[in-house]
Design a protein. Sequence first.
Length: 532
Amino acid sequence: MDHGTVNPTMKLQDQGISGLGHVFYNLREQELVDVAVERGEGTLGKGGAFLTTTGQFTGRSPKDKHVVRTPSTEETIWWDNNAPMAAEAFDRLYDDMTAHMKGRDYFVEDLFGGADPAHRLDVRIVTELAWHGLFCRHLLRRPEASELGSFSPDFTIINCPSFRADPERHDCRSETVIALNFDRKMILIGGTEYAGENKKSVFTLLNYILPEKGIMPMHCSANHAKGNPVDAAVFFGLSGTGKTTLSADPNRVLIGDDEHGWSERGIFNFEGGCYAKTIGLDPKAEPEIYATTQMPHTVIENMVFDPETLELDFDDDSLTANMRCAYPLHYIDNASETALGGHPKNIIMLTCDAFGVLPPIARLTPAQAMYHFLSGFTSKVAGTERGVTEPEPTFSTCFGAPFMPRRPEVYGELLRQKIASHGATCWLVNTGWTGGAYGTGSRMPIQATRGLLTAALDGSLVEGQFRKDANFGFDVPVTCAGVDDQLLNPRNTWADPAAYDAQAQKLVDMFAENFTQYVPYINDDVKAAAIG
């Protein structure tokens, strides 16, 4: 039986999915909260937020993600980074999952991936959990009611946490599965309640589709100067490097916090909301994000709270360090109404350096920018993925390897073309450790990072004096108003300079070893920027 605020022209039975219980089409936020609470999926929190947990999985399961191998994808997928699944196995998975779904209630949300109508993807999300539908309404873009009557999905995602895959039968790694089939235009997710799999599946789709149109998909946040969308900036970085925090600048307009495209017209947000980490969230340092945790319909994931007062504990990571809140973009006061911006004037690459070697900011040449983009150095932060309990140094190419279906050089070449065509000043920003490595040093002061970024974005930083970094060859500012000069030279922050030198050489060697895989595919100027 079908229910919902707006029933689209295309029903699930038109897609060959039948025999379900109640199917709720395009419920709005409050309706989804009410149903989720009634079904025992979570608790109504302060201000009308929805408090829930995700069970066994409190982060993504990248090793359980598969791409279906077909003649059309054989030469276009980066198979070293994407686990293949046979087409026949996907068909069995689909048949078994839809059989499992029979008689159960499901929630359908028809949404857009992309703020630019010329390049957006129409995505249908079919979820077993009502709160997953709410999450997707926040994180994707919500059509107007008038647009739903003729909605026809480009891709369909079916998310069924209660389904358990059979690795032998379904050609997958475990009972948890995320399977992308570009030929059938479908993604199947089973065995995990972690809602982030929904949004990253759409991101992966766009990362595959948009490069063929000359559009650069980016794992980045973005903002622009107030009253001047042309003065835009993008912030590349993996989870935990500060994309959400640093782009939510009260003095600039937020375009988005995680995923964007760069087209011939400028940049555009893929999403309609934000998915912010809440561990240690400080109302003074991050008031805009903190305020959303007590707003109606915000999804609060895996946070410990007082059962009587409903007060959230932002420091208790007993469930996970990856506690998060998901909310619509308009909950941030200075968010862009259009989620569009011009060609970026500044490109910031965020890294969380657990070695304590990199300076808080460095200016990159275009060749150095390409080198660091392909390297994608950071540290995995506790809780973002299962099994990560403390920061681990890693190289995630393009600052988003888990979401890259194509080879890194495809994205690197797009970025090189965009920089060459439109010009941009490129910066490497370290939000990790200073004064020593993880366990000895301290986390980079966020006030210093904000001060350096403000000076970079308003153009004042480039007017100052720079020194050449002895290890990486990039330019590092000698001074910046409001920032301790000593912080700008990381060697000076270590009690033992010789220990810093040894740590720096270790990191240099790691960069050089990692980059050998890209040497056959890159231009000579980028090779010259390589270390070693």
